[in-house]
Every structure is written in structure tokens, then in C-alpha cells.
Design a protein around this ligand. Sequence first.
Ligand code: SIN
Length: 522
Amino acid sequence: MKRRYLINYNDFCDTKNFDVVIIGAGIGGIYTALMLPKNLKIAILSKKNIYDCDSYLAQGGIAASIDDDNRKLHVDDTMNAGCYVNNIDAVNTLVYESSDAIDSLIDLGVNFDKDENGNFYRSFEGNHSIPRILHVHGDSTGKGIMEILIKRAKIAPNIVIMSNIFALDIVDSKNIYTGITAFYNDKLIYLKSKCCIIASGGIGQLFSKTTNADILTGDGIAMAIRADVNLADMEYIQFHPTALYSKENNFKKMFLISEAVRGEGAILRNKSGSRFMEEYDKRMELAPRDIVARAISDQMKKNYSDYVYLDATMYDKNFLKNRFNKIYTECENNNIEIYKDYIPVTPAQHYFMGGIKVDLFGRTSMKNLYAVGECSCTGVHGANRLASNSLMEAVVFGKQIANDIKYRIKDIKNIHEHVSGNINFEFEEGNFSLLKLKNDLKVIMENNVGIVRTVENVKFASRVVREVLSKLENMNFRNVEGVEVYNMYEVSKNIIDAVLESDSSLGSNYIEDYSKNKLVLR
Ligand code: SIN
């Protein structure tokens, strides 16, 4: 039986009071905090160090329909990438609000790159019909944005940033949010607030190959699952086609080679050096991500190879060094000179389209509980996210949430839910090794619930995950690592169930049984 609370709580818990608690310190969490009224007392919770998040790592950029860009085209590109199962209202909100969102980031101090005429340098990525990706310092967009936002949040008198805090459970009273419990400075604490925003990011660490930061174990989604908050689109997981291949990188965060490199014209070659994308899609290297990832995985299988190559040698050293300095440097550190060597790349888990179901104002199925960014599902991405729409999603819907809270907060009462019980934070590891449980799960998910799925493989994963979960469900946890592992299995089970419930193959939920083995069928 699914457990409702991880631990039992007693009166020894410290209680802290806020107006808004935000779980997660990526772009969704921090930007939303900055947009909330300045008279609200806000806590931003960071699982580890505040710089330790996926937003900080983002390279390619932020997709925006600005100036002369035809808004309708951005809507169409997003729908087409998402296989037309996107929530059209969410897509319209994303696109039509994107220009204001860019203005708001500029107002906060973000400096987007410009060309020699002083216009924004807008680049191409997969399935965008025109160049519309803005970036900061070439391929360091996330860092460029996050450093500004973090600086702003640190000096805001109404915002408290709590680092190294692990959120455990959502506490509610008859489906009305009342607070969260967390593990902080070796203590269990209760954070009471009028509302809460889950902005805890993705789930990359459920897979052995991922570009996601090490902290991304789906904790916010697992909290929502325990609290019976509705989820959506859990079957849609995006694999980025081009993570830098290295023999040692299994189980570690992989370095991304941005889609923007293909956007500038780089091409994919197989082990024997032949360009192969035309076998799969006429858009070639700039087809939607799910198609390119499947094509690469097919080539790797056919050629008994762990990688394919990305060839950017048509560009000169200076261009590559300036435009993609981070990538240039990382490859150089790996003895790859990208102006003359092909870059070995392999697909890796990158983004989660599903998550906590929210409406256009980020509201979940629990009153006063919101979610934003990758852990949330507005339905904007459909079955496969359009490149560089994610940072924009966090900003646009973060603003929507801030506006909603601004109008509602005066009517929200603090509910005094008594949190009591016995602390029982003992994880009886017995024969379990947490690291082994984690790594076993990553392999199971990678091999069975990855880029190409079969019903048989997913059913196998279901059996294994359920068996481990049945043991974890009865355990007490001594440390956050135990909780993290439990969260990972809980989220995986929900992903697996969603895949098994789907009776067709679509976009990133590619199920061979239903797709007649045509890798490009969507
Ligand atoms: C990239 O730079 O390729 C990643 C951008 C994204 O995930 O949309």
C-alpha cells in the first residue's frame, strides 16, 4: 500500500512560518519568487547548493517569439514537435507571453547576446521554422540568467534562501495545503505557509545516462504522489540526442552538446563517417528531438557502437570558440579539438514533459499548492518538447502563478494543522545498499523505459520496481538518501504505469509493439 507520510512527526519539530514556500531554486522557483508581491515572506528551498540545478546548466537558450517573429509559427512548431497532443491554451500562453517574459528578464538585468547591428542574436534549433532562440554568453544561457536571478533573490529582504534542505512531505487538511515537512540542519522541521510552489525540477537521475544535475531525483513529484495530487503525461520523457560520450560517464551527469551546434549547421555521422539523418527524416539533424534520438540509437545498434559523431569541422576555430566556448573548452579537456575532430555523442535522458498536473495558473489539484517548471505539466510540450521552450515555460508560468497568488493571498487563511506523532526516521537498511538500489533502478529504467520501449520490457521493469517498492514502503528512513531512493522508485512506478496504460506509440513514448518498427512514426 502506498504510504502517505514518510515519517511520523512529533512536537519536537521546529516550526517556521512563511506566506509562500517554494521547493526548488531553479529558474521556475527563483523567478516566481521575484515576481511575487514584495510584502510576502517567501522561503526558497534548495536541496543542495543554490547553483546546483539544471537551469544553471542550460546551454542552447530560451525560445521566444519577439519583434517580427510570427507568433503563429512558434505555436505551430511547438505543436508539431509535441505531436499535436499539447494543451493548445498552454501553448498560446507560452508563445504570446514570451516577448514580455524576455523584457522582464532584461529588466532584472539579463544581457542577451546581440549581433554586430545590436539586434538580438537569434539561432536555430530542431523543428524551429525560423531562428528564435536567444542566448547569453553563447552556450552559457542558464548560467547567464541564473546568476542574475540568484543575485536578485539574495538581496530581496522578503526572500529567505535555505540551502541543503530536503523537503519530505506535503501536509494538507482535506486537500487544502497547510505546510511541508523537511529535513534541515539534522532536524525535522515543519514549514507552514499559506501556499506552496513545487519547483523541484526533473527526474534525470532515474536513468543511467542523463544530462541532469545529480540532485534531480523527482522528489517534488514523489511528494505530490504521496499527497494524492494529480499527475499528467508521465509517459513522455525526452532524450537529448547529443550528450558527450565518454567511457566513464555511466551513472554520472553527462555533458551536453547543445542542439544549437546542429542549429548552426553541424551534422551527424555514424561510426563509419556517413551522414545518416536523411534515412529518417527530411528535416535531417534539425528534426524533432525524439526522432533524432531514435535515429542515433538505431545507428548505434546497427553499427554495434556506443556513440555516433557530431561533425562541426566545417566551422573555423574562432567561430566555434566564441559561439560555443563552454562546449569548446569541455571537448578540449577531453582531447577533442572540435574544429578538426568529430565529437562522439550519444543520446541521454534530458527532460520530463510529464509531472504534476497544473492549469494555466500553475494550480494543482490541491488547493493552494502550485507547481512550475519541469516538475509540472501544463501540457505545453505534448509528447515531445520543442527545443529551448523549457526556460521560457518556467518564466511565463512562473509569472502566471505570481499573479494568481497576488490576487488570492488575502483570502488564504493559515490552517493550523497539528503535526504530531513519533519521529521514526530510521531506515533499516538491512541487506540493502542504497547506492546499489539507485544504480539498479537507473539500469532498469535506461534499458526498459528508454528511447525505444516494448510492452514486454516495460512490464519487466514494472515487476522489478514494484518488488523493491513493496519493501521500501514498510521501511523507516534514517537519512535523506533513503528517502531519495524511495522517491526515485515511486516516480518510476508512476512513469511505468503511464506507459503501460498508453495503447499507442506517440512522440517520446515510442513503443515498438504499436509502431510497426518504423522509427520515424510518431
Ligand atoms: C540544448 O542546448 O540543446 C538544450 C536546450 C533544451 O533543452 O531545450
